[in-house]
Every structure is written in C-alpha cells, then in structure tokens.
Write a protein that binds this ligand. Structure first.
Ligand SMILES: NC(=O)c1ccc[n+]([C@@H]2O[C@H](COP(=O)([O-])OP(=O)(O)OC[C@H]3O[C@@H](n4cnc5c(N)ncnc54)[C@H](O)[C@@H]3O)[C@@H](O)[C@H]2O)c1
Length: 362
C-alpha cells in the first residue's frame, strides 16, 4: 500500500504526540506540519525534517498532502476540516469533531459531497477490552439492555491545567468544559456500546475550578428501545473511576478500568420473575473475561484512516460517530444550563443560540 501523504495542523501537546507516535508508520508519511505559532513550526519542522507551514491554508494549498490530521483547539476543527474537504482532502479530526452539532452536520455533508473520508480520533475504541465488550453485547451475552451507567470521574485536572492555555475552560475556546474536552471519549464508548439516548435531563456544576464552564455533570437518559441510563463525569474528583455498566435481560456487563466482568443468568429476569418461588433468586454467576492486549491507541486510528482511504476498510470512528457523542454533549450542556429535559435529535438552531449567548458572556 502506498503511504498516505498526511499533513498535520496544530503542533501543541497532541500534535507533537502524534508525530512522536506516528512518524515511521508504514501506512502514512507526514509531508507537512502547520501551526499559527511560527516558532513551533520551525522547531517541529527541523526536529522531524518535515516541511513547515505557517497556516493551515498554506499547508492545504501547497498540494503536498492527500489528507490532514487536525490537532488544534476544538473551535478550529470544523473550519479547517471544511477548508480541506472543499479542496478534495480527506480529514481525520481530533475529538471532539466540532463544538456544535450543526458544524458536524456541515462537515459530514461536505465530505459526502466531495467523496472524501472523514474520521475522528477516538482511539479508546481500539482497546482490546472495549472491542471485546462490544462483541459480547452484540452477541447477546446479556440480552436486551434495560439500564446503562457511565461513571467517568478519571478525568481529574488541576487549576494549573486549565490555566495552561487561554482557550481551556472557556465557552469561546472549548464550547464547554468536561463534556467538550475530557468526556468525549467516554461518551463515545457509552454510545458505541449501549446506544444513543433520545432524551436527557442533566445537572451541571463548576465544583472546584476557577473556570466559566462545567467541571461536573450528571444526567438521566432515556433510550428509544425503552432502556434508561445514568451518567456522571467530572474533572474535580479523586480517586477517579472509569466504569461502564450494562444491565440486560440475561445478565450484566461491567467494565471497570481495563477489567471486564460478565454475569450470565440461566434464565431471563422476566422468566425468573414470572415463575420464581416466593423468595426465589435468579441463578447465575460472574466471570472475569480475560482479554489479551493488542496494539491500540492513536497510531491504530491513523493506520486505519489510511487503510480506509486506500483499501476501503472501515474507519475506527466515522464523522457520524463523532457527531453522535458531540450531539449528546451538546444536549447535556443545554439541559444542564437551562434546567430542562432535552430531546435528541437536538434542535440545532436552539443550540447555536445557546452557545452564542454563553460565548457573549466572556
Ligand atoms: N485524542 C486524544 O487523546 C486527545 C488528547 C489531548 C488533546 N486532544 C485534542 O487535541 C486538540 C488539541 O489539544 P492540545 O492539548 O494539543 O492543545 P494545545 O493548546 O497544546 O495545542 C494546540 C495547538 O494548535 C495551534 N493552533 C491554534 N489555532 C490554530 C490554527 N487556526 N491553525 C493552526 N494551528 C493552530 C496552537 O498554536 C497550538 O500549537 C483538542 O481538540 C483536544 O481535544 C485529543
């Protein structure tokens, strides 16, 4: 396979980490790096011996790349992606795909029109225990899900972290707090494993940090198939927990950090409840599912992006996947700040107005 000629936009923490991990992969060749900070461009360009550009437009217009990887702060993901897509380039965007779901709509639509690939950096999907969990759920190991739980409190951040970049922890720079920066990975997995809710009622709080956006969120969720969910995420708690629970008609699947535990019942809870004795209890047992580690993380997403373009293989996460978790994050923000239940599909115009009002306060 001919390596994909890839340009990188954004040479901060994540952009540089991509270069550290992905220069030398067989599937891609970095052909240009761009940032608005000239000193960063010069430094990175000479360290990796990759041509440097002082704006994303210069990089894209140079004709050097077939695709761009976008690792700028989130509000630039959509404009850079649209600029690239309209010039026939494939795009891999860092998470979140954009700030408002209306922007994600435009990106997906533009990519379809241009016939290019649009992917999102959701590398946690590549982890072996997550893929195994998805397989177990798809195989019906717990039957139909009737209750889902997500606790993502492993995203602890200090005040110094928020102070490390002017864009962090602001409506203008991020379009939200934990929901827009840390939790997108968790929301993505929650949807990928348990489905997309159709209604949310959330509570948001800025509990510990001196920031304008939320650092803590909890919410009740309703799903199309009748199941219910609850989620909690925060950057203001220690020790943190990274936990998903799916309770179904035939058992329960728990993902706690990297451990996968499955409870299988001999009969469904419905049958047990209808036929069990007065003080009867359902039968079943717990097992820990052993999962052999496999190559995972950011490089896997980049490799698969190149293989999707060259060989038509599936992406790790598509633009639509990116939109799903963004739409949930937007709905949780609107619900939490306006103290009301919010339906998904989200009203795009209402969300755009809400975000504009929040940004106008900064
Ligand atoms: N997938 C992951 O695990 C993961 C981890 C960390 C960050 N991220 C994502 O990566 C993105 C960047 O985060 P970060 O921590 O690297 O931020 P950062 O502040 O360290 O770096 C951002 C870089 O983008 C540059 N930039 C800003 N505007 C630009 C523009 N218009 N054109 C070109 N360059 C521009 C800045 O100068 C800076 O060098 C965010 O969207 C974040 O959510 C993803």
């Amino acid at each position: 396979m001919e390596p994909l000629k890839l340009g990188l936009v954004g040479l901060g923490g994540m952009g540089r980490s991509h270069l550290d991990k992905e220069v030398g992969l067989e599937e891609v060749r970095f052909v240009g790096v761009a940032d608005v900070v000239a000193a960063s461009v010069d430094e990175v360009s000479s360290r990796y011996d990759i041509p440097g550009f002082y704006s994303y437009q210069q990089l894209i217009d140079s004709g050097a790349c077939e695709a761009v990887l976008i690792a700028t702060p989130h509000p630039f993901h959509a404009p850079i992606a649209l600029y690239a897509i309209e010039r026939g380039l494939h795009v891999l965007s860092e998470k979140p795909i954009a700030v408002a779901v209306s922007e994600a709509d435009r990106m997906i639509e533009a990519a379809k029109r241009a016939g290019v690939v649009l992917g999102v950096m959701f590398q946690t999907r590549t982890e072996a225990h997550i893929r195994r969990a998805r397989q177990l759920l798809a195989d019906g190991a717990i039957g139909q899900i009737y209750r889902s739980v997500m606790i993502a409190s492993h995203w602890y951040r200090t005040q110094a972290y928020y102070d490390s970049g002017a864009w962090r922890g602001t409506w203008k720079g991020e379009g939200g707090g934990v929901l827009m920066n840390q939790a997108p990975h968790s929301l993505d997995l929650f949807i990928w494993l348990g489905g997309k809710p159709r209604r949310v009622l959330s509570r948001v709080d800025t509990r510990l940090h001196n920031i304008r956006v939320e650092d803590t969120v909890e919410a009740m969720l309703d799903y199309e198939d009748g199941h219910t969910g609850w989620l909690y995420t925060t950057t203001a708690e220690w020790p943190g927990e990274n936990r998903f629970e799916f309770t179904g008609e035939r058992g329960k699947l728990v993902i706690q950090d990297r451990t996968l535990r499955l409870y299988r019942m001999s009969k469904t809870i419905r049958e047990e409840t209808a036929t069990g004795a007065t003080w009867g209890k359902p039968e079943g047992s717990w097992e820990t599912i052993e999962v052999a580690p496999e190559p995972a993380g950011h490089p896997r997403v980049v490799q698969q992006f190149a293989r999707a373009i060259r060989l038509g293989e599936p992406l790790v996460a598509t633009g639509e996947d990116g939109r799903n978790s963004l739409e949930l994050a937007n709905a949780l923000l609107l619900s939490g700040y306006q103290h009301k239940p919010v339906a998904i599909p989200l009203d795009r115009d209402e969300y755009d107005r809400f975000l504009a009002e929040k940004r106008a306060t900064e």
